[in-house]
Design a protein around this ligand. Sequence first.
Ligand code: G3P
Ligand code: MG
Length: 234
Amino acid sequence: MITGHRGAASLAPENTLVSIEQAAKSGATWVEIDTQLSADNIPVIIHDKTVNRCTDGEGKVSELDLETLKTLDAGNWFGNQFEGTQVPTLEEALDKCVELDLTLNLELKTYDDKTIDTLVEQVVSVVKQKNYPLDKLLLSSFSKDALAICQAQLPQVRRGFICEVWNDFSLESLQELDLFSVHIDHQILNADIANSIKEAGLVLKIWTLNAPEKAQAFYDLGVDYIITDKPNEF
Ligand code: G3P
Ligand code: MG
């Protein structure tokens, strides 16, 4: 199963509506995007802690309110044909996924431990308010705390733990989160790790694989989902 990473990060400015559209156009049935809170606690779609890399503005996302974020250009850095592209809200991204019939892997970015509760609360609130189809959603995070709050607040939505390091105790510590999937950096995946994840009955996802010629080897290891910037090449 192919998941477009940050929409389709190699085809359009990452984490924008046009990037989500490119994922769908490539034939991906899943899309991964990153969410965090604006200063006025609105879940917005952007990866970095600051707006510096992916917009024409400067500063921490958490210190800019939605009105200010919406004045920034989030497309021109990628290519001038994308000028005028905005940082989307989660609400807008959910609408886009419904329109394109995509299943959403929503990554909760927890740059600040103190705001994890609010982030999950606000995400859950938008999902409920939009009446977004819960079977078309998976909530993922590097933060076990965030996933535990997701489990408490929206237990019927699948949860995925993202990791870039692995040890023998990892699975044990994940048990109570009742996960759907583990999303592992493809660079650290090996047969032992893959087997232990699959034996635990979990779905195995890798990120971020951009070399289609390596897909078969990962498939042979038991990988179920590939998260890629280049869904068109897969
Ligand atoms: O969700 C997998 C992947 O997106 C995690 O890393 O930094 O690209 O959000 P990052
Ligand atoms: Mg991500």
